[in-house]
Design a binder for this molecule. Structure first.
Ligand SMILES: NC(=O)c1ccc[n+]([C@@H]2O[C@H](COP(=O)([O-])OP(=O)(O)OC[C@H]3O[C@@H](n4cnc5c(N)ncnc54)[C@H](O)[C@@H]3O)[C@@H](O)[C@H]2O)c1
Length: 318
């Protein structure tokens, strides 16, 4: 009888270290490759877009603010000395705009889709189609976008999707019976956690559905990064929960972009999807000894990934 073995975790030479996206991209030539970065006008997304452009890729910033997108693209183009970046309108809170984006993109080959845009701990609110905002923007909008771009991803021959997830997924599984928080008292942090669990499950489901098309998806926790993501969080909410973030060393956006760049470029991840990555390596299972790291098993469960897939198909169909 062959002995059952656990395959070794996939770790890069950068694993466990704080490195910048530029260091991870060094030596990778992305000339001729195309990439879409959602939320690419600021924060971690801008650094991912900039790094891909510096490495030679042509990058579309898929953004809610046309002005911010145009300014970010111009900044990248000045830095790389060529027309590497452009901006296109996309509001993940309105699935009609997502469909408009994928229609305009058509079947042009797409090598990389970085599903980076996100909101955190928003006050209770709804998307244009009536979904809870964090589930709607972080998960459903990206579900519609990525599935709508499958012809383009398949046309690239070997394409990668990167879901910007979060250690916030530790806080909550997706409630498949009440994903939009209609039957429960809304909790902004648990809703964020559930939306990030949905990102992890999406990476599992998407990789399974489109493996034959040469497309893989992995989820990435970028670390704790100094950006404007916490704009909705009030100090009393932190105090009420007894959280203390004062000892956490925040990374720069250039550092926060590193694992997404590794997920986009690493030869060791070729053909591999459905993983949850952090610190430029495959994360270990979550453990109480290292509570801010690791992956919760419910967020990688293939059966739950399938159930969420079926639910998401129904929800985006309206
Ligand atoms: N900053 C962190 O510490 C941290 C930690 C874990 C995970 N993340 C994840 O990293 C990703 C990037 O976050 P960030 O820290 O750069 O924050 P950020 O707020 O700077 O960037 C988020 C981006 O998403 C865009 N966005 C929001 N709603 C949108 C919508 N409806 N349509 C299109 N774009 C929309 C925003 O315009 C912005 O550009 C998010 O998915 C976040 O959950 C961040």
């Amino acid at each position: 009888m062959p002995r059952e073995t656990t395959p070794p975790r996939i770790l890069s030479a950068f694993a466990g270290r704080i490195v910048t996206a530029g260091e991870v991209a060094a030596g990778h030539d992305l000339s001729g490759r195309t990439a879409i970065v959602t939320g690419g006008a600021g924060g971690i997304g801008l650094e991912i877009a900039r790094t891909l452009a510096v490495a030679g890729a042509t990058v579309t910033l898929a953004v809610r603010s046309r002005d911010a997108g145009a300014a970010a693209a111009a900044e990248i183009n000045r830095a790389v000395g060529r027309a590497a970046a452009s901006a296109a309108f996309l509001d993940l809170a309105d699935l009609a705009t997502v469909r408009g984006f994928t229609r305009i993109w058509g079947g042009r080959p797409l090598d990389l889709l970085i599903a980076n845009a996100g909101v955190m701990a928003t006050p209770e609110s709804r998307t244009a189609q009536g979904h809870e905002s964090q589930f709607g923007i972080n998960h459903l909008g990206h579900f519609q976008l990525a599935t709508g771009l499958v012809p383009a991803l398949a046309a690239a021959g070997s394409a990668r999707v990167v879901m910007m997830s979060s250690a916030g997924h530790h806080d909550a599984d997706v409630d498949l019976d009440d994903p939009d928080w209609r039957r429960r008292t809304y909790d902004p942090f648990l809703a964020y956690g559930a939306s990030k669990t949905a990102n992890n499950l999406f990476a599992v489901g998407f990789s399974r559905h489109f493996a034959d098309d040469g497309i893989t998806a992995n989820a990435v926790h970028p670390g704790a990064v100094a950006t404007a993501l916490g704009r909705h969080v009030r100090p009393e909410q932190i105090a009420d929960r007894g959280w203390d973030f004062s000892t956490i060393a925040m990374q720069t956006p250039e550092q926060g972009a590193a694992t997404a760049i590794w997920a986009s470029t690493a030869p060791e991840l070729a053909g591999i999807g459905g993983l949850y990555l952090e610190e430029c390596g495959e994360a270990p299972p979550w453990s109480a000894e290292r509570p801010l790291w690791g992956v919760k098993p419910y967020s990688r469960d293939p059966d739950r990934a399938e159930a969420l897939w079926a639910l998401s198909e129904r929800l985006v169909a309206g």
